[in-house]
Design a protein around this ligand. Structure first.
Ligand code: KG4
Ligand code: ZN
Length: 354
């Protein structure tokens, strides 16, 4: 219990500073551990990638380097906190883009070393899992579906520090599938919000009825869906596989039909996995949905309705906490300190990944 005692005995409130830099967001968060309260957080989203139609790792690294120090200093200044008042440093250790991770880890390790404090590595996926805890007191055990551009998984979450992955995607992540179809249709990046907008204009109708993989296990698969959309367009001579170009005669209505049907299929896949989890674990008290795709209003509505039908609670973080942020990283660090289960980086090593 030594770390718990240490933090209780301080003559001042214990503060954690966390950084997230695993992909195309540079983010910082401040947490008051004594009061168990998020103080503030800030996110810089790298818009440079929009023109490339996807995240370019080299560009992401350059952007992190350009903004990391200013962003951190601004957050501390805004909250009247000096760097030597920070008791713990925490940083995303992986998974993510190696170059981007290294910048955050190096930066936070440097600060921790200079201030003679611990630097706690946090798993990015754990950050998403516990992100709903920032805004609500969540019942355990609960089931969490994590859907983003880089990962899609289902978890059994036992308590503040213990969870089990029930399944993950066998191929593409849900958001990756949306982003790829958006690219195919020349809709822009990131694809999810644009697809949602077009699908809404079509009242989320399932016009094209793309096939759903009928499986009785928890695993996800989205690449078949992507191929179904592509080959429908090829069959209708609206996409040329050789030149990889979409026909200019593709109507706006057809785009709406594709987007709404695609979202219906993605939604059905997610909902079917939650139902399966609820059937297998009758002790589940709540369902959470996290990650960038959880921003989707159609998916949110359907998960909420399912939870109501099954008489369990449903928690979906606000938009700023669904997409990548450092608040979720600081939340995990806080749980680890409170439960006396945190690692810390050694001063002479940089480790990426878990
Ligand atoms: O969690 P996130 O910010 O970054 C990753 O860790 O990947 O998620 C980004 C993903 C992108 O694929 C994006 O298209 C998707 O989340 N996304 C959405 C929506 N907003 C973002 N997907 C569906 N509907 C949305 N409203
Ligand atoms: Zn993420």
């Amino acid at each position: 219990m030594s770390s718990l005692k240490n933090y209780m005995n301080k003559d001042h409130d214990v503060i954690i500073l966390a950084c997230e830099s695993s992909c195309d967001e540079t983010a910082f968060a401040l947490y008051n551990l004594t009061q168990k309260k998020l103080l503030d957080h800030t996110v810089y989203s790298q818009i440079v990638h929009e023109s490339f139609g996807g995240v370019v790792p080299e560009e992401a690294s350059k952007e992190h380097i350009a903004h990391i120090d200013t962003l951190c200093a601004q957050l501390l200044r805004k909250n009247n906190i000096l760097i030597d008042e920070i008791d713990y440093f925490a940083v995303t250790g992986g998974p993510g883009l190696p170059g981007s991770l290294l910048i955050g880890i190096g930066y936070m390790k440097g600060l921790a070393l200079k201030n003679k404090k611990k630097c706690i590595p946090v798993n990015h996926l754990e950050g998403h899992i516990y992100s709903p805890c920032l805004e609500n007191k969540i019942e355990f055990p609960h089931v969490c579906v994590s859907v983003s551009g880089g990962h899609t998984s289902l978890y059994y979450v036992k308590n503040e520090i213990e969870y089990r992955e029930l399944a993950t995607t066998m191929d593409d992540a849900a958001g990756e599938c949306l982003d790829k179809i958006a690219k195919l249709l020349n809709l822009g990046y990131p694809g999810g919000p644009i697809i949602e907008k077009l699908a809404l204009e079509n009242n989320f109708k399932d016009i094209r009825q793309y096939p759903r993989l009928k499986k009785n296990d928890f695993s996800f698969s989205f690449s078949g869906l992507k191929t179904a959309v592509l080959y429908d367009l090829v069959k209708e001579k609206l996409y040329d596989l050789e030149t990889k170009k979409i026909s200019s005669s593709l109507s706006d209505q057809l785009k709406r039909d594709i987007c709404s049907s695609l979202l219906c299929a993605v939604n059905d896949i997610i909902i079917s996995r939650i139902i399966l989890a609820l059937e297998n674990f009758c002790e589940i008290k709540a369902v959470t949905c996290v990650g960038g795709v959880a921003c989707n209003s159609f998916i949110q509505k359907n998960i909420n309705e399912l939870a109501k039908k099954k008489s369990i609670k449903c928690y979906i973080p606000s938009k700023k906490l669904c997409t990548d942020n450092a608040a979720m990283i600081v939340q995990v660090a806080a749980f680890k300190i409170l439960n006396n289960s945190c690692d810390s980086y050694k001063n002479d090593t940089v480790i990426i990944g878990f």
